[in-house]
Design a protein around this ligand. Structure first.
Ligand code: 4AD
Ligand code: MG
Length: 464
């Protein structure tokens, strides 16, 4: 007999023989009857298995413990109990894998997120992580579908690179050199000519620069892949390995870029509500009963579009009126997440797209404004999260770009391929990066970014 997934069984017509397979969540009952809650990961909901103890070998039933993996054959019948439409009257149970209740890490006694991170190899079996990971999957699909429907080309950019796109020096080096005894050059430095790639390489912090090569050839592209940052920020919003979606579009100016970012993110939030409602409802009811309202409110509102300079004025006024921030505010500073959240949550009560940042706190590739001080950057700031998207219009003038690279004392030699886009048929273009896990924090209402990725990598932690 063929197995049916529990998600389908819960919607199926009673009155048929079925086979379900999954992991036991709970078993309870009395001397005549046992009730097993079975879950196979296809849905947050369990199917109830009713066992008439006279019909099933008691040795087998004894092995049906929390965590065990079993197959159940039986009749799908209308459920008498409340809470479910159908249940299975078991006629046969097969044990695939026993689970020693004394040693199983997922016990009722400690279900804190900290504890679950220490058993990340098992935590996907919990309701919460099942829900989060199903939502993650749906969001990944929705992202591809969104861009595909708009004719964007999915471009795979390299993970190993020699360029530090964001210029923040937060790269993980990739090398096969013997670290105990590296080859030396004449000056006594490390001789990277002898390294695997014949030069110094790292894991990428962003696929943007290669994305721009794609956009200035294919028109509109997007990347969706892992990125790596060796920033030592132990915060609930930073990972050392995270996934980013980076669209890059020829002929888009900063306004087109903002319009796309707003439409994109609203589409994704709406997609989540339309396609992951059971999981979102579970998270809403269990942890954060404003989650669904927050998601709906983002879809139904126009994001505020605000110049950095105006944002700073609002924050300075807040300070004058008695708001206390940990970090000082004045024109020229990079905003901290407390500032971003003040603007979004306290001042406007909705998402804000902040533009026109000082050029000194942004990357070299951003289009410079006429004032000589600011660039056409845009950060999309979200409630509970702060920055969820960072992007800009790109500097398309060869002269200005080269000047900026020199000002920042960046090496031009390993960027010549990038600068070629401005030498040969340069065009106005724009793009942005959405942090996938930041999006998931918003959509799931989870508090810590370590809990929206299956196996988080953070400073001092690369287990599993
Ligand atoms: O603002 P960032 O650094 O922008 C870029 O990397 C650009 N090259 C993107 C582009 O224009 N194509 O990063 C973009 C987004 C941030 O807004 C944030 O959502 C996420 O990536 N992000 C992180 N997410 C998790 N952990 C980290 N350490 C992150 N750093 C950035
Ligand atoms: Mg940023």
């Amino acid at each position: 007999m063929e197995r049916t997934k529990i998600k389908e069984l819960l919607l199926a017509k009673p009155g048929q023989k079925v086979l379900a397979k999954g992991w036991v969540r709970t078993k309870r009952g009395n001397k005549d009857i046992a009730f097993i809650a079975l879950n196979d990961g296809s849905t947050i909901n369990n199917i109830q298995i009713v066992v008439n103890k006279a019909q099933i070998d008691s040795n087998i039933l004894a092995k049906v413990t929390t965590g065990a993996c079993i197959g159940v054959c039986g009749d799908l019948v209308e459920s008498v109990g409340s809470g479910q439409a159908v249940e299975i009257q078991a006629s046969e149970i097969e044990i695939y894998g026993e689970c020693d209740p004394m040693r199983y890490p997922l016990q009722k006694k400690d279900t804190s997120f900290e504890f679950l991170r220490s058993v990340a190899h098992m935590r996907m079996r919990t309701n919460t992580f099942g829900a989060v990971l199903r939502i993650r999957n749906q969001m990944a699909f929705a992202i591809h579908e969104y861009f595909h429907s708009k004719g964007f080309v999915y471009l795979n950019t390299p993970l190993i690179t020699e360029s530090d796109c964001e210029g923040a020096g937060q790269m993980f080096q990739v090398t096969t050199l013997d670290l105990e005894n590296p080859p030396r050059n004449k000056k006594g430095g490390i001789d990277y000519a002898k390294d695997f790639f014949g030069k110094q390489t790292s894991l990428t912090v962003s696929g943007q620069l290669e994305g721009e090569l794609g956009a200035t050839a294919l028109g509109e592209i997007y990347t969706f892949g892992p990125t790596f940052r060796a920033e030592n920020s132990n915060t609930p919003r930073h990972l050392a390995e995270f996934w980013m979606i980076e669209p890059e579009m020829a002929f888009y100016d900063i306004t087109d870029n903002m319009n796309l970012a707003e439409d994109f993110i609203k589409h994704l939030v709406k997609y989540a509500l339309d396609n992951c409602y059971d999981d979102i409802k579970f998270l809403n009811d269990r942890y954060d009963n404003e989650l669904i309202d927050r998601l709906k409110s983002v879809i139904g509102t126009d994001f505020v579009r605000l110049e950095y300079t105006e944002g700073i004025k609002i924050l300075e006024k807040a300070v004058a009126d008695g708001t206390q921030f940990e970090y000082p505010v004045s024109w020229g500073v990079d905003l901290q997440s407390e500032h971003e959240r003040y603007l979004v949550e306290k001042h406007f009560g909705k998402p804000v797209i902040l533009t026109g940042y000082p050029k000194d706190i942004k990357a070299f590739y951003m289009k410079q404004n006429e004032d000589g001080k600011t660039v056409r950057a845009m950060d999309v700031l979200f409630p509970k999260i702060g920055e969820i998207i960072g992007g800009s219009e790109r500097e398309s003038s060869l002269e200005k770009l080269e000047k900026r690279i020199d000002e920042l004392h960046m090496s031009r030699t390993n960027l010549e391929w990038y600068i070629d886009t401005r030498r040969f048929g340069s065009c106005p273009h724009s793009g942005f990066g959405l942090g996938f896990e930041r999006l998931l924090l918003f959509v799931t209402g989870m508090q810590n970014i370590r809990d929206v990725i299956p196996f988080p990598r953070t400073p001092k932690n690369a287990e599993f």
